[in-house]
Design a protein around this ligand. Structure first.
Ligand SMILES: [Zn+2]
Length: 504
């Protein structure tokens, strides 16, 4: 399955399924004889037209539209197949598509600068070398040395650099790779050394007061067979793994001084930065140092464990963020949600040519989005609202809105809960970012009322909490509720961001 999304759609709308469109679909068995390049060849033709400009008719007249691929996202297997690298990195001498590292270097060097980076020019040179060799023996040995299978059609994509623009997918690399591996090793160590037992961990998972945002990805308790198995899996989905990482510092709070728990805190800090939607250059530099120190720490605490290719891929994240922006925008999580659409329909289709049937169905579905000329579903403001009631203190609300510059209040109602851009806010349960003090200290507010003003704008009435500090041991902000009733503040919903309910 090949999907695409447009980079110039605002990120808050881009994660909607309507913004993810199908580009190509094929059965892997059908691709085996010809390879994936047969699909890429057709996509390349379109991209060539787009790079030189395509004239389209819009409501405002004719317009020339330009386009190019910004990044090719996917799990390691899919990206290596598309880009022509060895798919099973275990057999390749060079296991990384961003640098020419060997297995031995991977175990001892944890700074990107210590490795020879791959470049597009060098890659093309290596492909030429492989193609020019006379014998299969030499060719296969070169392929293993370079970790390259073939010259991919991606090399010919206009304005595309197959080395720089195939970023690591943090969902697969971190949430399905590094995080379960490291969390499992640390928990196993803590249990075997008698610091904590599995029941305590599981009751922590079950009893945690999850925020309305996290409750849908509540982690599953860890079974004895899962924790003792020899694989690197924890049987959590990516969403569950992310929530588990957030709550682990609370579950393991009795072991604050433990060296292995510190290793987990380092990982959690790396994950928070890697998944951040906005980053400063200073934070990206910090990520580089954190990753290097973390991998050294891992090697010191678990000398019998090899640094896996996925752990190595982490060292390339800072430079990828610098060239392509936050990694969360190049993640596959939402693309994989689109699979559900096809999986649901696959059982009800004509099976003679299942790809064609699904393509047709999808084409009709996507065309339906264009029928209503008012608002395309991508840009539609999806809101779900809970029970509505009358505003009891309308005069007080009007005065507060006046301070925010809203001079005319024609209509206002109060809500019990509201869903905005997929996030649910509930009165007396949700904590939102109300404002930022002194440049970088966030101040949180507990939502005590939700108002819809003039049918369009949503405001949270917040009881402001005092930010005590950023508690590194919990990887959370520690806040305190005011002892006495203090005046509340209105915060426009669009300006606030939901956050996990921390330690009050
Ligand atoms: Zn590398």
């Amino acid at each position: 399955m090949v999907y695409y999304t447009l980079g110039n759609i605002n990120p808050k709308y881009r994660s909607k399924l309507a913004a993810i469109r199908l580009l190509a679909m094929a059965k892997s068995a059908d691709l085996r004889p010809s390879g994936v390049d047969i699909i890429l060849k057709r996509i390349k033709e379109d991209l060539e037209k787009l790079s030189s400009g395509v004239e389209i008719q819009t409501a405002g007249g004719k317009k020339t539209v330009y386009g190019a691929v910004v990044s090719l996202c996917g799990d390691t297997l899919a990206q290596h197949e598309m880009a022509g690298f060895k798919e099973g990195v275990g057999f390749a001498y060079s296991k990384c598509r961003h640098c020419e590292c060997s297995f031995e270097d991977m175990q001892s060097q944890f700074n990107e600068d210590a490795f020879i980076k791959r470049t597009l020019e060098k890659h093309i040179g290596q492909c030429n070398e492989i193609e020019k060799t006379q014998t299969d023996l030499v060719r296969n040995s070169l392929k293993t040395t370079y970790g390259i299978n073939r010259r991919s059609m991606l090399v010919e994509f206009p304005l595309f650099d197959l080395i720089q623009q195939t970023p690591q997918d943090i969902m697969h690399v971190i949430l399905e790779g590094i995080a379960p591996l490291e969390v499992k090793c640390v928990l196993n160590h803590l249990i075997q050394a008698g610091y904590i037992d599995l029941d305590t961990i599981n009751s922590g998972i079950l009893g945690f007061p999850y925020s309305p945002l996290d409750v849908r990805d509540r982690p599953t308790p860890i079974s004895v067979s899962t924790i003792t198995s020899n694989d690197n899996k924890l049987k959590q989905s990516s969403g569950q793994m992310l929530v588990l990482l957030r709550i682990l510092p609370f579950i393991l709070q009795s072991l604050e001084e433990n060296e292995h728990c510190h290793l987990l805190l380092e990982l959690i800090e790396i994950v928070f930065i890697a998944f951040a939607p906005v980053l400063s250059n200073a934070t990206v530099d910090k990520l580089k140092t954190l990753t290097e120190n973390h991998l050294k720490h891992w090697k010191a605490l678990f000398p019998d464990h090899n640094v896996t290719p996925k752990q190595h891929y982490m060292i390339h994240l800072p430079s990828q963020i610098k060239s392509l922006g936050p990694m969360v925008r190049h993640m596959c999580m939402r693309f994989e949600s689109k699979h559900v659409f096809f999986k649901q329909r696959a059982t009800k289709q004509n099976f003679k040519n299942i790809c064609k049937s699904l393509m047709n169905h999808n084409q009709i579905y996507e065309s339906c989005h264009n029928v209503d000329h008012s608002v395309h579903p991508v840009l539609a403001n999806e809101r779900e609202m809970g029970p509505v009631s009358e505003v009891s203190k309308i005069q007080e609300l009007t005065e507060k809105l006046w301070v925010l510059g809203i001079r005319e209040v024609q209509h206002a109602v109060s809500l019990k809960w509201v869903v905005i851009h997929g996030n649910k806010y509930i009165t007396h349960k949700s904590l939102v970012l109300a404002k930022v003090q002194n440049g970088n200290i966030p101040q949180f507010g507990q939502v005590v009322n939700i108002f819809v003003v003039n049918s369009t704008c949503i405001y949270f009435e917040c009881q402001l909490c005092q930010t005590v500090c950023f508690n590194r041991q919990r990887m959370s902000y520690q806040v305190e509720q005011p002892e006495h009733a203090s005046p509340t503040e209105l915060v426009k919903a669009e300006n606030s961001q939901a956050s996990i309910l921390g330690e009050l």
